[in-house]
Design a binder for this molecule. Structure first.
Ligand code: AMP
Length: 192
């Protein structure tokens, strides 16, 4: 099972992807998590990505395409994977199409979580409050200003992906404003 999740930051892509990893035994590949771990390790990629990420902007297509191309060949991806936060631009989607074709892989579905953007800032603030209350670390781009910038990047560069995947006939849309269980049940229906 090879899936892509689309939707603005805070739409619940990560939450839904995690639920599916348990159900299907396939990994969730979050380019955001991979980049944060590169930053934490202080690798070359991490050094190049940190400032861009903190400003809520997008890391270059070249960097993320290479990270994903390597990662989807790892043994734990043999049964499939869930891409969360990639592709994020039309050129990334085109690169992914080409990459999958070269590797003899096919996508099963592209699931878009539709949400009311006004509610997203509140969700982000709640997520930060919950993380702090649980004694966890808050992401350095989880502040209202960087979040707004991420939403702008989404509208300008990622929202056009819906049309790309509608064109290929792979796009499935789910109401991401419903509670976690309802969204998850809707996704199950699509995948059944
Ligand atoms: P996320 O955890 O998906 O919200 O990603 C956090 C940050 O990582 C984003 O704001 C970008 O700076 C960077 N990032 C993650 N995925 C991508 C991608 N596919 N293309 C470019 N930048 C990305």
């Amino acid at each position: 099972m090879r899936l892509i999740f689309l939707g603005p930051p805070g739409a619940g892509k990560g939450t839904q992807a995690k639920l599916l990893t348990e159900r299907y035994g396939i990994p969730q590949l979050s380019t955001g998590d991979m980049l944060r771990s590169a930053v934490a390790q202080g690798s070359e990629v991490g050094k190049r990505a940190k400032a861009v990420m903190d400003a809520g902007q997008l890391v270059s297509d070249e960097i993320v395409n290479e990270i994903v191309s390597d990662r989807i060949e790892a043994p734990d991806c043999a049964k499939g994977f869930i891409l969360d936060g990639y592709p994020r631009t039309v050129p990334q989607a085109i690169a992914l199409d080409r990459m999958l074709e070269q590797k003899g892989m096919k996508l099963d579905a592209v699931i878009e979580l539709k949400v009311d953007e006004g509610a997203l800032v509140r969700r982000m603030e709640n997520r930060v409050a919950e993380t702090v209350a649980a004694g966890g670390n808050v992401r350095s781009d989880d502040n209202p200003e960087a979040f707004r910038r991420r939403l702008e990047e989404y509208r300008a560069k990622t929202a056009p992906l819906s049309a790309h995947y509608a064109g290929t006939g792979q796009l499935k849309t789910v109401d991401g404003m419903a509670d976690v269980d309802t969204v998850s049940a809707e996704i199950e229906k699509i995948l059944a």
